[in-house]
Design a protein. Structure first.
Length: 145
């Protein structure tokens, strides 16, 4: 395995999800980044902030801000002031997002099943350990500048 294998596999995984999500995106007039944000919000504890999304998803502030504004206009999220600090805006999913998120979760599950077909539990455990190390290394490198 060389460094191109990791990058190519990552690209293919993203491409698979995007291709399988196309009909969903078209049906709900969403962009991929907006679907990604809805999924992040649906799997987050409490009501995150835009900063939480930026840090977790490594998306630019401008893209997150524009996407949240669009999701708000479409009725998928609401924004409210943090009770401890009025300068902080929290983002919460609205019930209108439930069907979109359910369908996206189903697509994710189908993509995962396709990707992991013929992969043993032992191989998966090894992969998880290696990917964990890679993620920590990347995170450390990004923090170091």
């Amino acid at each position: 395995m060389n460094e191109n294998d990791v990058i190519a596999t990552s690209f293919l995984m993203k491409r698979l999800f995007e291709r399988r999500s196309k009909a969903l995106l078209d049906a709900y007039q969403l962009r991929m980044i907006e679907l990604d944000i809805l999924l992040f919000l649906s799997h987050s504890q409490g009501a995150p902030t835009a900063t939480d999304i930026i840090k977790a998803k490594h998306i630019s502030k401008a893209h997150v801000s524009k996407s949240i504004e669009r999701l708000h206009r479409q009725g998928y999220v609401t924004l409210y002031e943090d009770t401890g600090d009025r300068r902080i805006l929290r983002i919460q999913l609205l019930p209108q997002a439930d069907e979109v998120v359910a369908q996206a979760d189903q697509i994710r599950s189908e993509c995962k099943d396709a990707m992991l077909r013929d992969v043993t539990e032992e191989e998966l455990a090894c992969l998880g350990a290696v990917l964990g190390k890679i993620a920590r290394n990347i995170d450390d490198t990004l923090k170091a500048g």
